[in-house]
Design a protein around this ligand. Structure first.
Ligand SMILES: O=C(O)CCC(=O)C(=O)O
Ligand SMILES: [Fe+2]
Length: 209
């Protein structure tokens, strides 16, 4: 059976808990970021937010209703988080997309989706011809909304609650490299308060710039 070297590494790190599922390689690490860094990132997201977009629009204009922020790689905290993620995971930082922030107000959500690009989707060549598809996702909750906003992985019946500084990371592929539909997840509606997260996606090859 193929093995996943990144998962093998994460399993050895203090505080990293692996989801006990043969279908999905997913880890949670509580308090990966400290409150001051989370607060700084929240401020950056509030300053730079724009409506979120999706690849391969499916006709549902309410599919992803959040806002997104392209975080500046030159920011001291953004650079430190980038380095910390690469150091923890062992993923090649050159394969990483720039870190994004996401902000969900009350009622906003990102319906069930996978983070990889569908090979038969209209946008596949545009998004994947240089760097290849997405491999790992790293996502960090920057705060705890007062209600709602959990991330639900329905194929493995796992719901992760937002918690300040909590890192969730998973492999969008199986150990043999094929895309894993069991990674499907839903950023559920915020019911009270505002939810802030950062997302970092890694690619098969170096990101083009
Ligand atoms: O907001 C969430 O909990 C999930 C976010 C997400 O899935 C994404 O940005 O791709
Ligand atoms: Fe996602």
């Amino acid at each position: 059976m193929a093995t996943d070297p990144i998962a093998a590494r994460l399993a050895t790190l203090p505080g990293f808990q692996r989801l006990p599922s043969p279908k999905l390689t997913l880890f949670v690490r509580r308090a990966f970021l400290d409150p001051a860094d989370c607060a700084h990132l929240v401020d950056l997201i509030d300053l730079g937010r724009r409506p979120s977009t999706i690849a391969d629009p499916n006709g549902d204009t309410a599919f992803r209703t959040s806002e997104t922020c392209d975080l500046p790689a030159t920011d001291r905290v953004v650079a430190a988080v980038d380095a910390a993620l690469a150091a923890a995971t062992g993923l090649d930082p050159r394969h990483g997309e720039p870190i994004q922030g996401q902000r969900y107000a009350v009622g906003q959500e990102f319906k069930a989706h996978t983070d990889y690009f569908e090979p038969d989707g209209a946008d596949f060549a545009r998004y994947c011809s240089v760097a290849g598809n997405r491999t790992w996702t790293a996502m960090i909750y920057l705060n705890e909304p007062e209600a709602g906003g959990a991330t639900r992985f329905k194929a493995v019946d796992k719901t992760i609650q937002p918690e300040l500084g909590k890192l969730v990371c998973w492999n969008n592929c199986r150990a043999d490299g094929t895309l894993n539909p069991a990674t499907i997840h839903h950023g559920m509606k915020v019911r009270a308060g505002t939810k802030y997260i950062i997302t970092k996606w890694y690619r098969e090859r170096a990101w083009g710039w």
